[in-house]
Ligand binder design. Structure first.
Ligand code: DGL
Length: 254
């Protein structure tokens, strides 16, 4: 099976890493819209338009499924993508909430959702969590984490200072949903800050979802991955090789 995946930039690599580690697909075509990141500060019409353009580009590869490796696009563009794609389209928000449920987090436990301004502003996570009975939910936009990750800064003084600014007054949580696919790249730093909390990762969550819905290759071998970027494919390549630690073929979007 060939899966296509996209994000605004390098963040979706956290999802690709999980898909490849679990050998769910024979092939993955990844597109990072690096020229127009971040998506999280854009309005919903722009996010939909960019997502549909990513679909148009990726459709050329005739994928069997599209993985929306971006929470922001999943929050706003899933319906449009589904109505226009001739193949299944899977987002990361529903699977993130399912992972929380399946991960032994209680309905009364303290849950923090962090994401982009657009994702948190959409209320998608909050509504879904409420519908599933989670009563103690705090949602917070942490947009500065995205440019840090795009710069390859995953820990250290700037990250600590940013965490202090966003999370300093929030108290403790039992679970933290990393509701932006950029955030798992700084998972060690987030784990050190939110000690003892279960961290929910969009990539690991979607693996469970795809398996449960039978949207995976039977007995796939190592996944062949092709990367495309709307700009500066070299930086995407650097992060991919550091982060994925696997042979990859990087190309600029034609
Ligand atoms: N990685 C993305 C997400 O999951 C988007 C970050 C951004 O471009 O603002 O929301």
């Amino acid at each position: 099976m060939r899966a296509a995946a996209f994000d605004s930039g390098v963040g979706g690599l956290s999802v690709v890493k999980s898909l490849a580690a679990h050998k769910l697909f024979d092939e993955i075509i990844y597109y990072g819209d690096t020229a127009r990141a971040p998506y999280g500060a854009k309005d919903q019409n722009t996010i939909k338009r960019y997502s549909l353009e990513a679909l148009e580009f990726l459709s050329g590869f005739e994928p069997d499924a599209l993985i929306v490796a971006c929470n922001t696009a999943s929050a706003y563009a899933l319906d449009e993508l589904r109505s226009q794609a001739g193949f299944p389209v899977v987002g990361v928000i529903e699977s993130g909430v399912l992972a929380l449920e399946n991960g032994g987090v209680g309905r009364g436990d303290r849950v923090l959702v962090i994401g982009t301004q657009a994702t948190i502003g959409s209320g998608c996570y909050q509504n879904l969590l409420k519908a599933r009975g989670f009563e103690n939910v705090t949602a917070l936009a942490a947009p500065l984490l995205v440019p840090l990750v795009e710069e390859g800064i995953f820990d250290g003084a700037i990250v600590d200072e940013t965490f202090k600014r966003y999370f300093g007054d929030l108290g403790d949580f039992d679970a933290v949903i990393m509701g932006c696919t950029h955030y798992p790249l700084m998972q060690p730093a987030l784990g050190a800050w939110f000690k003892g909390a279960k961290l929910v990762h969009s990539g690991e969550a979607i693996v469970e979802y795809l398996k449960a819905n039978n949207l995976v290759s039977d007995g796939a071998n190592d996944t062949q991955i092709q990367f495309f970027a709307s700009e500066n494919a070299t930086r995407l390549k650097e992060v991919a090789s550091k982060w994925l630690d696997m042979p990859s073929l990087i190309k600029d979007k034609p």
